[in-house]
Design a protein around this ligand. Sequence first.
Ligand code: FSX
Length: 361
Amino acid sequence: MADHGTLEQRLAQQGISRRAFLKFCTAMASLMALPPGSAAAIAAALAKAKRPSVIWLSFQECTGCTESLTRSHAPTLESLIFDMISLDYHHTLQAASGFAAEKSRTDAMQEFYGKYLLIVDGSIPTKDGGIYSTIAGRTNLDLLQEAAKGAAAIIAIGTCASFGGIPKANPNPTGAVAVSDIVKDKPIINISGCPPIPAVITGVLAQYLTFGGLPELDHLGRPKAFYGETIHDRCYRRPFYDQGKFAKTFDDAGARNGWCLFELGCKGPTTHNACATTKWNGGTSFPIESGHGCLGCSEPDFWDAGGFYQALSMPATPLTFATGAAVAGAAIGIGVSLANRAKKSAAKKAHQAATLDDLEK
Ligand code: FSX
């Protein structure tokens, strides 16, 4: 079983520089929208934090959640998070197999009873006694109920574990349900998304280790720091929405000019997640930036709601009927808004560099 020393000891063993660690803390503080001084507090708390035992169970899913985490192009963040926790059991990532693998799970559950963090990805089939997904001859339902008993808290990773996801989609042949439908007496954090954003997974773990206990959650059990706003709130195409400029097909002049994808079915206005700010592939892009509307994958029942290429029934053209003067004013406003965003981005980078230098003093 992996050692459970402090994070500081572990990082030193791994040869990870203090600067890389501080950069991680600064990024976490920024991602969680915490005040500038928080990076130092996070660094101090994380350095002293004991690496908790984590048992990760994968149930009815496509393994996209684990793929998302492991294929991230932000190795400093993700490798740090793997050094921050002691991953004692994970179906996909563990070296052990067969009886040895099951023994590491039961050993960790006994040794760290009441203290380990249980991470679950995938939904839980309940029909016909849960026989549609079994591991080592035991149903997912049975394994979840057993592991939940000794867990300090549970993190449901992905839309399947959070809300049932695609396995629960109509006609739901296996009777798939979410973790929160089974476990009622433990704190549960939902990190939805199909798959979820790697930086959000690492961010929530860092937040849990730093501050202990649960972060502030929304009415669906998701951390507000990452799910408090819609994709639409922070979308870089938002100025075109506000101006009433919409692409009508995926290859028209509007699409080529980066206009809003609302009329092509984008679900950004009703989807809560951090894709527009953290982005994917190491901050490279996100679906809307690649020219495709948001599918709404971090919301419950997104698959059954369907209509991926149908516009939402909500007001979409606030300025369509505006006067020429108003449109001109809006265009100036958009120009100012874009200029301000560029300034804010430059200021944020300068601020992060300054914070890092301050922390190293
Ligand atoms: Fe579900 Fe995750 Fe989608 Fe796949 O584990 S949230 S189907 S990306 O893999 O659970």
